[in-house]
Design a binder for this molecule. Structure first.
Ligand code: TRP
Length: 333
């Protein structure tokens, strides 16, 4: 029995992943590798769509890979690799660019939002072609499912359209992937602004729990998180968005249920509850941070894991690209 194939990617654009990345996405990646043929990719080429400092890109790419491993993405159970190690991504990316319509690509809301913010003169063409490279990431591996957040749904729809268009023009070549939208069960919000999603682009990092941050700093962020009115620890996103967010975080990491936690903290104040959340988070992240640092210290070993991942990925990517070229009528070598 063949296991369904999944592929997902994450950009190495920051020094650390945050708790929202982990609970909203990476945790599901870890679960999926048990019964899926999983391909996980640090999409370093996508990170070039904004201007980057070379030393920083290198550092962030390695820290991203190391964190994925420390968080449970297991190179023995899945294929973990860097996008730039597989040249077929760029090659199939070009084919996808030739297949996509200009108008179709212009309708991508992520492009519209981002380019509007910086203005067309400061928007790279690569930001415009980004979704076609993403389609190549997915189609190269014949992925059945693509675990992503809701914000990526349109890109996956485009990928399906491109795959279908190619197949009907040039013959069956690509598996049509399905968006596997990650359950919003563990949607984590900013600690200072608990009605918006925890995000790397927040105005201040005071409300963002970073995996690579020190335990002391994370404990402090939780203890000084926004305080709701009242004093009862109760899940109520309208009246108590801050406490509800902390309850969600506690549940996700301690495995306790919300009613259990409400009972446990009955008659106690927010202070006791925040201290408990801080302890749970800090103890959960401590070994993950240490393991990441250990992997970064042994860079040779980390690079070897990534090389082995790329060697596995390349076999699949070469086959798909060669079928694609053949079906297009490009002359064989
Ligand atoms: N665009 C995705 C994001 O910003 C990252 C990504 C690139 C990706 N290639 C992918 C996700 C392929 C899934 C599959 O989150």
């Amino acid at each position: 029995m063949t296991r369904p194939r999944v592929l997902s990617g994450i950009q190495p654009t920051h020094d650390s992943f945050h708790l929202g990345n982990y609970l909203g996405a990476i945790k599901q990646w870890v679960e999926l590798q048990a019964d899926h043929d999983a391909f996980y990719c640090v999409v370093d080429l996508h990170a070039l769509t904004i201007e980057t400092d070379p030393a920083l890109l290198r550092k962030r790419t390695l820290v991203s890979a190391a964190q994925l491993i420390a968080l449970g993405v297991d190179p023995n159970k899945c294929t973990l690799f860097l996008q730039s190690h597989i040249s077929q991504h760029n090659q199939l990316g070009w084919i996808m660019e030739c297949l996509a319509g200009f108008g179709e690509a212009s309708r991508m809301t992520q492009f519209k939002d981002k380019s509007q913010k910086s203005g067309t003169d400061r928007t790279a063409v690569g930001l415009f072609t980004y979704p076609m490279l993403q389609a190549a990431d997915i189609l190269l591996y014949q992925a059945d499912r693509v675990p992503v957040g809701e914000d990526q749904r349109q890109h996956i729809e485009l990928t399906r359209d491109l795959a279908g268009r190619f197949n009907s023009r040039y013959g069956q070549t690509f598996q049509l992937p399905q968006a596997y939208i990650l359950k919003s069960g563990a949607k984590i919000n900013d600690l200072q602004d608990p009605t918006s999603k925890m995000s790397k682009s927040a105005a201040t990092m005071q409300g963002v729990i970073e995996i690579m941050d020190t335990p002391e700093s994370n404990a402090k962020k939780i203890k000084s998180s926004m305080t709701d009115t009242g004093r009862e620890v109760r899940f109520d996103t309208e009246e108590k968005p801050g406490i509800s967010n902390l309850l969600t975080i506690h549940c996700a990491l301690s495995g306790k249920t919300i009613p259990e936690l409400e009972a446990e903290f009955e008659g106690k104040g927010y202070g006791d509850f925040k201290a408990s959340v801080a302890e749970i988070v800090v103890e959960y992240l401590r070994p993950i941070r240490l393991r990441t640092l250990e992997l970064l210290e042994d860079e040779k070993y980390l690079l070897k894991i990534l090389r082995e991942g790329a060697d596995k990925a390349r076999i699949v990517a070469e086959k798909t690209l060669s079928d694609t070229y053949k079906n297009l009528g490009l002359v064989e070598r």
